[in-house]
Design a binder for this molecule. Structure first.
Ligand SMILES: [Fe+2]
Length: 313
């Protein structure tokens, strides 16, 4: 089984041009986790971090508090205006720092990415009273119930800002092997790969819907795509399966100490967060036109598996 490996990155080497961005993109797409032993950019000030750690848990209105860079707005938070404004300013600045850093490290991604949200995760993950599908404690690959990716890779950049506690992850390998092993049982074998690849009309619809929502026009329409529905199916199957979750032969546990960062394509590397509190998480969507190895993407793997099944029939 191919378990992800931590690939330590020295930011100084990148600045000197010793580590090429395309090499790092390829590492990510092959299922490695880029690990930064020291946060490679300026973090929020200690008073601001202290505010996030101590004040925001009681202001939480959803699973996480999120800053949305394109709209410059917050969600998942309740409370007084001054605290909301302070949170928005902190997460906005953090978003700019991460973007600036990753833009230097992964320039091929930065040329095409669209910005997802910036999460603040104020609650201890272990034992959180969430539904099984919402809980981070069950191993999964990321999929989104709303907001179609159409196969774009999901890059997430995590920073542990807990001053004393490690953040503990468990992985059970890459999308590729989980898809091979659980395709039938998750009900994905019946999905027609040709339909996974959509035409321009579906993408245009997503663009229009995003625009409508940005304008604040109320709509019941939920953006999705055949690919995103297939990923959600696998996500739910993996979280629901006790047999999979408890299969220790597949387990790799990873510890991320305080004030470290890591980058991972979370659609391609399975993960659960077993323990940890106080993390910042930045999300980016990387179109396959900007991937270093698009053939390793879940979209291509699903399409080629269906093509193989067809030609064998
Ligand atoms: Fe996840």
């Amino acid at each position: 089984m191919r378990l992800p490996a931590l690939f330590p990155v020295d930011p100084a080497a990148i600045q000197n041009g010793a580590t090429a961005g395309d090499d790092l993109a390829r590492r990510l797409e092959e299922g490695h986790i880029l690990f930064f032993p020291k946060v490679p950019f300026q973090l929020p000030s200690e008073p601001d971090l202290d505010f996030l750690r101590t004040d925001l848990a009681k202001m939480l209105a959803l699973k996480n508090i999120s800053y949305h860079p394109p709209e410059d707005m917050l969600s998942g938070i309740k409370g007084d205006r001054a605290a909301k404004e302070r949170t928005r300013a902190i997460l906005k600045e953090h978003s700019a720092h991460v973007r600036g850093f990753l833009g230097r490290v992964l320039p091929r991604y930065a040329e095409g990415w669209s910005l997802g949200k910036v999460n603040w995760r104020p609650i201890e993950e272990h034992g959180r009273p969430l539904s099984r599908h919402a809980s981070n404690e069950f191993i999964h690959v990321d999929a989104f119930p709303s907001g179609a990716t159409h196969g774009a890779r999901v890059l997430r950049f995590f920073t542990n800002v807990n001053p004393s506690e490690v953040r503990v992850w468990r992985s059970s390998g890459t999308f590729q092997e989980l898809y091979e092993d659980f395709r039938e049982r998750a009900g994905l074998a019946a999905i027609d790969g040709a339909r996974i690849a959509e035409g321009p009309f579906a993408r245009a619809f997503s663009g229009v819907l995003r625009g409508v929502k940005k304008l604040g026009v109320p709509t019941e329409l939920v953006d999705t795509s055949p690919y995103d529905r297939a990923m959600k199916k696998l996500h739910d199957y993996l979280k629901d399966s006790d047999e999979f979750q408890q299969d220790a032969r597949r387990h790799l546990d990873l510890e991320f100490p305080p004030f470290t960062s890591w980058a991972v394509l979370t659609d391609g590397v399975s993960h659960a967060c077993l323990r940890g509190q106080h993390a910042l998480v930045n999300t980016f969507y990387i179109p396959l036109s900007h991937a270093a190895a698009p053939e390793l993407s879940p979209l291509h793997l699903m399409r080629s598996a269906t093509a193989k099944t067809r030609s064998a029939a």
